[in-house]
Design a protein around this ligand. Structure first.
Ligand SMILES: *[C@@H]1O[C@H](CO)[C@@H](O)[C@H](O)[C@H]1NC(C)=O
Ligand SMILES: *[C@@H]1O[C@H](CO)[C@@H](O)[C@H](O)[C@H]1NC(C)=O
Ligand SMILES: *[C@@H]1O[C@H](CO)[C@@H](O)[C@H](O)[C@H]1NC(C)=O
Ligand SMILES: *[C@@H]1O[C@H](CO)[C@@H](O)[C@H](O)[C@H]1NC(C)=O
Ligand SMILES: *[C@@H]1O[C@H](CO)[C@@H](O)[C@H](O)[C@H]1NC(C)=O
Ligand SMILES: *[C@@H]1O[C@H](CO)[C@@H](O)[C@H](O)[C@H]1NC(C)=O
Ligand SMILES: *[C@@H]1O[C@H](CO)[C@@H](O)[C@H](O)[C@H]1NC(C)=O
Ligand SMILES: *[C@@H]1O[C@H](CO)[C@@H](O)[C@H](O)[C@H]1NC(C)=O
Ligand SMILES: *[C@@H]1O[C@H](CO)[C@@H](O)[C@H](O)[C@H]1NC(C)=O
Ligand SMILES: *[C@@H]1O[C@H](CO)[C@@H](O)[C@H](O)[C@H]1NC(C)=O
Ligand SMILES: *[C@@H]1O[C@H](CO)[C@@H](O)[C@H](O)[C@H]1NC(C)=O
Ligand SMILES: *[C@@H]1O[C@H](CO)[C@@H](O)[C@H](O)[C@H]1NC(C)=O
Length: 790
């Protein structure tokens, strides 16, 4: 079926119209796309000239086709590169034939030098413009596209150009060229016009002009041959003689795949048969195309075999088609490959395996040849060489190759084995464009499952058990001080808090929607507290305030700043938190002396735990929305606690509200804040990723006055450093971090996962936690990483 599929892609609406024979087309005649008039037919009605609608589109081609066969096969077209819309017209005038599109613009024209007196669609399939003396001044036979017909001749200099695909009539990747005495087929460096070396030549050039070819003839009995100047006929060997001219239609087409094929079609319409190939050149295009440049008969990294006279393209193991709908689009690996990817982090033999393919060859593109070598040595050499994508071993010699591979073909001779370096197990999904975006973490999960499925499942189970235990421990300790089941909040009067803060005297900081003051609670043995006075909380958010206070009130976690109570009096809304003595993480991180690496690690883990708790372990999941070092407080033991949590969520719980202002802080906000999508807990993951980089590098996410511009945005700079393998830039002068290079690298990778643009690609905080703690392998952050933020 595939072989003939090209024949079925036109609509047949035109054939339903009444047809009448028009032998001579008079000046002033026109055709339009609006089906109002019929095509111009040849006297026998076997050929027609007119508009053809490209299937499933509103585009039209001005074409000549076989009118009497069901497929209505097109043999010539005027505007393959420029299909026109409805409302376009072609008009015959004394100056020629002109195609104007629906806006009146000239798309194509046949403008002979002398005056035209009429046009005619001939029974041969030739559309001619004739002068008054009946001499033809323009012929479609002299301006061929991709097809020639019996009685058509190509003179020196003529070119046939293949289509791009069976259904796309734009200029394609191959040309037939009758030049310099020889018939040649050339690949084209598409989209340019430049030609690569021919893959077929009739070799009929002779230094003696009388002996040289001058015409390619498709004669009335459907034989195709070259005529020399001395009238000697040179047959093209692979094309057999044709016998049944009367019963068959013939055509010879340079197909989109580069094969120049002669076809025959029975004239008897009641027979089921369609076009059958009766000869083609070259016989095996897979072997004949062989150029240093270009991909060969198939796309890059694929290999070519002949089936049913046609080239067929396939992908090697671990590779998929670039465009799944187009086998000629080339193949790409389903896994990241190259020297940026692993940085010697792990033994390549753990990550990659060799898949052996036989009877296939990529003859070009070697960058190394090792001999004498045995197969094991050859495989190991490729595994340990980050440049190596594939090695070919012939029993004694080992050729190593990089991507892209070109001119791949089936070749059944010889011992040679193709050794593909493929990432172990299934792919980590970085190339799978069609993954389900609704499914959170699909990429990451696949990546995790991909790298070593069983191992990871075991680890996951272990880590879940561990984290459960952690949780129980944490829950136990907080349960001592408060009831787990009831919000255990004190209700303060405004006066009490006014006194506690000494008329709101000592300002600790400004958080979201309010100023925080230091206070001393006289009622509970002079306990230090932080009192936050909300400023912009309007009356109508009363409900949310209450719901939220009770939600936060239920939270008890050692990595969250505890809410002790609140005040709700008139328009006054205050929140009372525990007081932490050691300031904000920002002050700690961005101080003059770089804080200790191991302490920073503990702080990052603390924050991650706090976020896991907020997102997954509370009765009502809470999105913090404003994670940044200024909102992380440190107690006297340098335990990090998230503060200000819930406030942003409090303001966001009415999702239908339009976002007039971006909640969060520049440099930390996830890109989806700028889009019309609902906000999920993944915004906190993003902010955490940015902050994790800050913790690793001890610098702010945005440094505007930086002398080096490329370092201004930490996320971008970190990504570049990661890709270039220069982690030492990120942790410059930090000996402790450099000594802990594995963790450093892994944590940078985790941060890069967190700041993926697409929230679905970001891991959950729980997964982040598991990766930070080393329970789960960290896959390679996808290359789809883009920055829109900062
Ligand atoms: C044209 O129609 C054929 C058969 O109906 C279909 O397989 C093909 O996808 C269509 N092509 C386009 C470009 O719509
Ligand atoms: C077409 O026109 C030419 C020139 O006017 C004339 O010689 C010829 O006989 C016409 N053919 C038909 C079929 O009318
Ligand atoms: C044909 O392919 C070209 C290049 O990919 C594209 O620009 C053009 O839109 C396609 N034409 C049609 C009718 O699909
Ligand atoms: C014609 O072809 C011959 C042999 O292939 C070559 O030597 C010669 O240079 C070519 N001439 C031109 C003008 O391309
Ligand atoms: C066409 O070419 C073939 C082979 O050269 C020859 O046998 C045949 O007679 C030709 N037919 C005509 C009508 O010239
Ligand atoms: C056309 O083909 C059908 C079936 O193959 C056959 O019965 C019929 O006689 C043929 N008609 C002609 C005119 O050859
Ligand atoms: C023609 O094709 C149809 C559908 O493909 C098939 O059912 C039928 O048997 C065929 N007829 C002949 C004469 O081959
Ligand atoms: C390959 O060569 C290496 C080193 O020369 C040797 O240790 C190993 O045994 C050889 N393997 C085979 C299968 O011959
Ligand atoms: C929680 O409530 C109990 C009993 O009402 C009380 O003793 C305890 O101090 C409260 N804890 C906090 C943190 O308010
Ligand atoms: C943090 O706490 C430690 C230990 O309690 C103390 O020595 C240090 O001065 C504190 N730092 C700040 C900035 O408060
Ligand atoms: C949410 O917003 C809509 C429209 O902005 C409003 O009608 C509705 O009352 C709000 N709901 C709450 C609970 O505030
Ligand atoms: C935002 O998205 C909603 C639903 O997805 C849609 O109804 C609304 O028109 C969108 N608004 C804008 C400004 O794009």
């Amino acid at each position: 079926m595939g072989f003939f599929s090209e024949l079925h892609f036109f609509s047949f609406s035109l054939s339903l119209l009444p047809v009448f024979s028009v032998a001579n087309v008079t000046l002033g005649s026109s055709l339009s796309t609006t089906h109002a008039n019929s095509p111009w037919l040849s006297p026998s009605e076997e050929f027609a000239f007119g508009f053809r609608q490209l299937n499933n589109s509103n585009l039209f081609l001005l074409a000549i086709w076989f009118e009497k066969i069901p497929d209505k096969t097109i043999v010539w077209y005027a505007n393959g590169n420029n299909p026109v819309q409805k409302g376009s017209r072609v008009v015959l005038s004394a100056s020629g034939l002109v195609l104007n599109d629906h806006e009146g613009q000239t798309i194509w024209e046949a403008k002979p030098a002398s005056t035209v007196s009429y046009a005619a669609m001939l029974d041969s399939g030739n559309l001619v413009l004739a002068a008054s003396n009946s001499g033809y001044v323009w012929e479609s036979f002299k301006n061929p596209t991709d097809t020639i017909l019996p009685t058509q001749k190509l003179d020196l200099g003529s070119v046939l150009s293949s289509r791009l695909t069976t259904t796309n009539f734009s200029r394609g990747r191959f040309e037939l060229h009758f030049v310099n005495g020889s018939l040649q087929l050339n690949p084209v460096a598409w989209p340019t016009l430049s030609r690569y070396k021919y893959y077929y030549s009739s070799h009929t050039y002779n230094i003696n002009p009388h002996e040289s070819g001058y015409q390619l003839v498709f004669n009335e009995s459907a034989n195709i041959y070259i005529v020399k100047t001395n009238e000697e006929v040179v047959q093209i060997p692979s094309w057999s003689a044709i016998n049944h001219m009367d019963d068959y239609y013939y055509r010879a087409t340079l197909d989109f795949d580069g094969v120049f094929t002669q076809y025959a079609h029975p004239k008897n319409a009641s027979s089921n048969q369609s076009w059958q190939p009766v000869g083609s050149i070259p016989e095996n295009i897979c072997l004949e195309i062989f150029n240093e440049l270009g991909s060969g008969a198939c796309g890059f990294n694929s290999y070519c075999s002949i089936q049913n006279w046609r080239p067929r393209c396939d992908c090697p193991p671990g590779y998929v088609f670039v465009d799944p709908d187009n086998r000629f689009s080339g193949c790409k690996p389903t896994f990241p490959q190259g020297c940026d990817v692993d940085h010697g982090l792990r033994d390549p033999q753990e990550l990659y395996e060799i898949r052996e393919v036989r009877d296939v060859d990529w003859p070009l593109g070697d960058y190394e040849r090792l001999a004498p070598y045995n197969q094991t040595e050859c495989e190991n050499s490729c595994l340990h060489d980050c440049s190596c994508a594939v090695a070919i071993f012939d029993g004694m010699r080992c050729w190593k190759k990089k991507l892209p591979l070109s001119n791949g073909r089936l070749r059944s001779s010889g011992f040679s084995r193709v050794l593909f370096k493929v990432r172990k197990e299934a792919n980590p999904g970085y190339c799978t464009a069609n993954y389900d975006r609704n499914k959170d973490e699909s990429i990451l999960l696949r990546a995790l499952l991909g790298s070593s499925a069983f191992f990871n499942v075991v680890l996951l189970v272990i880590s879940l058990m561990v984290s459960k235990r952690h949780r129980r421990k944490g829950g136990g300790s907080s349960a001592q001080s408060s009831s787990v089941f009831e919000p255990n909040l004190s209700l303060f009067t405004y006066k009490e808090l006014e006194e506690a803060t000494d008329q709101f005297k000592e300002e600790l900081g400004r958080g979201s929607f309010g100023i925080v003051y230091k206070g001393i609670l006289k009622s509970s043995s002079r306990k230090l507290v932080a009192v936050k006075k909300l400023d912009r909380l309007a009356q109508e958010r009363e409900m949310e305030f209450k719901t939220e206070v009770s939600a936060i009130g239920r939270t008890h976690h050692k990595n969250l700043v505890g809410l002790l109570g609140f005040c709700e009096e008139g328009t006054h809304r205050l929140l009372v938190y525990e007081f932490l003595s050691n300031g904000t993480l920002a002050n700690y991180l961005f101080a003059l002396t770089r804080p200790d690496w191991n302490q920073r690690i503990q702080i990052a883990l603390n924050i991650a735990r706090g976020l896991v708790y907020l997102h997954e372990e509370c009765d009502v999941p809470i999105i913090h929305c404003d994670i940044k070092p200024y909102n992380i407080l440190l107690d006297e033991h340098f335990t990090a606690k998230i503060s200000d949590f819930g406030l942003a969520k409090l303001l966001l719980s009415n999702r239908s509200r339009t976002l007039t202002m971006i909640r969060g802080t520049k440099g930390y906000v996830a890109p989806e804040w700028f889009k019309n999508v609902s906000i999920t807990a993944k915004v906190d993951v993003y902010s955490f990723g940015v902050m994790l980089l800050e913790i690793i590098c001890c610098r702010k996410s945005v440094v505007m006055d930086s002398s080096e511009e490329e370092r201004a945005i930490l996320t971008d700079w970190a990504y570049v450093c990661y890709v270039e393998g220069r982690l030492d830039f990120l942790a410059s002068d930090d000996e402790a971090a450099m000594a802990d290079k594995d963790k450093l690298r892994k944590w940078v990778m985790i941060a890069l996962w967190c700041i993926q643009d697409d929230p679905a690609n970001r891991p959950t905080m729980k997964m982040v936690m598991l990766m930070l703690e080393g329970f789960v392998e960290v896959p390679f952050p996808p290359y789809t990483f883009l920055h829109q933020n900062g």
